[in-house]
Design a protein around this ligand. Sequence first.
Ligand code: ATP
Ligand code: XMP
Ligand code: GLN
Ligand code: MG
Length: 536
Amino acid sequence: MELQKVKSNLVLILDYGSQYTHLITRRIRKLSLFSLCISGTSSLKAISDLNPRVIILSGGPHSVHSENSPCFPDGFVEYVEKNGVFVLGICYGLQLIVQKLGGDVRVGEKQEYGRMEIEVVERENGGLFGNRCLGDKQVVWMSHGDETVKLPEGFRVAARSQQGSVAAIENRDRRFFGLQYHPEVTHSPEGMETLRYFLFDVCGVVADWKMEDVLEEEIKVITGMVGPEDHVICALSGGVDSTVAATLVHKAIGERLHCVFVDNGLLRYKERERVMETFQSDLHLPVTCVDATEQFLTELKGVVDPEKKRKIIGREFINIFDSFAHKLETKLGKKPIYLVQGTLYPDVIESCPPPGSGRTHSHTIKSHHNVGGLPKDMKLKLVEPLKLLFKDEVRDLGRILNVPEAFLKRHPFPGPGLAVRVLGDVTEGNALEILRQVDEIFIQSIKEAGLYDSIWQAFAVFLPIRSVGVQGDQRTHSHVVALRAVTSQDGMTADWYNFEHKFLDGVARKICNSVRGVNRVVQDITSKPPSTIEWE
Ligand SMILES: Nc1ncnc2c1ncn2[C@@H]1O[C@H](COP(=O)(O)OP(=O)(O)OP(=O)(O)O)[C@@H](O)[C@H]1O
Ligand SMILES: O=c1[nH]c(=O)c2[nH+]cn([C@@H]3O[C@H](COP(=O)(O)O)[C@@H](O)[C@H]3O)c2[nH]1
Ligand SMILES: NC(=O)CC[C@H](N)C(=O)O
Ligand SMILES: [Mg+2]
């Protein structure tokens, strides 16, 4: 998706490293407004090029007084005032406004973490709480240690916390607003309404962002980028993202799209057969299957470090796409120079944050094979039409493209596949084979119990340990597997799924009774954070 110069209602988020920044983006998109997040220290040109109508300054771990604390660029205040841009600071963002416009922020005497009640003390049309009554109370989620002790001139306190500290500020004439709490989290039950009122009633933006527009724009971008004679490869995994990406690009360029599905030896039970069959019968997209089991497993032999595994897999995928392009050149007389991938916004957020992604003040969690795991010298040019979308948005786009519901509802399966679910060396013993059988039993049991659609993702993990068991009166020293099932909206945060004990009992029995080499089954009961969904 091209950065939205055309949109006149862009809500731009300047990211100062809060764990919740992506959530602000999602909340705003749910209001049918296009929202984008860039680094909080982006240049004035980068900001003004996007022509935002509203700018939200996110929260962040820094204190405005600490050394190197991130800030908007010089000339920012003049720019927004000259162009009539509305600014809303959230938490650290509020503190930045206060400090930079002549007020004062200090380390608070009392810190405010978690649930807090606030009271509206200023109620005016065009203000943050114009739709509330004076004295209205609401519960919000706070997470700050610093507080505003002096407001910049012309600002008023719009709400105070039950401890008496500043919870919201505004200067309607200058179009600067601030919330010390986090309206974007669900623990602030009225936060979404506050954002809605602010954007539509205070800033006057118009809800103009629809998935249909995304589709239309993407098709324009793709046909503008890919010449009329050019051929394009699509890395197709059979998952939701690449299926939607392939369908979209196929709509744009037709037969010049060549899909390739790689069997990297790290797929689930019968995955290859299932994917190839359903693609031909349901989606009518031509797909070539490349068997690269040997290549991947040889490269992965003896590798135990998760990040190393991911980088190797990213590199091997690209090697295969390169040689596929080479083969097509012989056939078509022209070498494809583009590669379509189903990369999503969260893949980018969690991988090594590329410049402009907005994540300059947060940490790399893991290198997704299709982003951070890519080799630096790759020649194919990437086409990633879903790069700014979250998973639920991709599913919506897929529906518009008539992708069968069965595809859209599939649980995500990571490109590095079972390599990040066999902890340690994936090539050792028959770990992959054991895991395939265990995973199949788990997933089929979930389907039979009618639970598949209530779970975001479920899978088994092979642990690199053995434990003692007794089977048929004999001592065994066998493998341990873990079951993981989570609920989530976008994979960025997740909670573990609470199965009934009877269900777990049935699955564990079935696994131990039918998979040779396993004598113990455990369940993962951690949310994300502190864990991640995959174990590596
Ligand atoms: N086995 C594979 N063969 C070809 N391309 C792949 C394969 N696995 C992953 N990819 C590429 O890597 C991208 C990212 O993988 P990822 O698993 O995030 O997405 P997906 O498989 O399309 O969807 P889902 O997240 O629902 O599994 C895919 O969109 C696809 O372009
Ligand atoms: O295509 C992918 N390539 C990867 O390298 C990768 N790593 C994790 N995932 C998927 O992303 C979601 C979040 O996973 P984590 O909580 O483990 O980071 C979950 O849905 C994971 O399955 C990946 N997908
Ligand atoms: N969540 C935040 O944005 C916190 C801002 C700042 N670090 C504080 O503690 O006050
Ligand atoms: Mg996948």
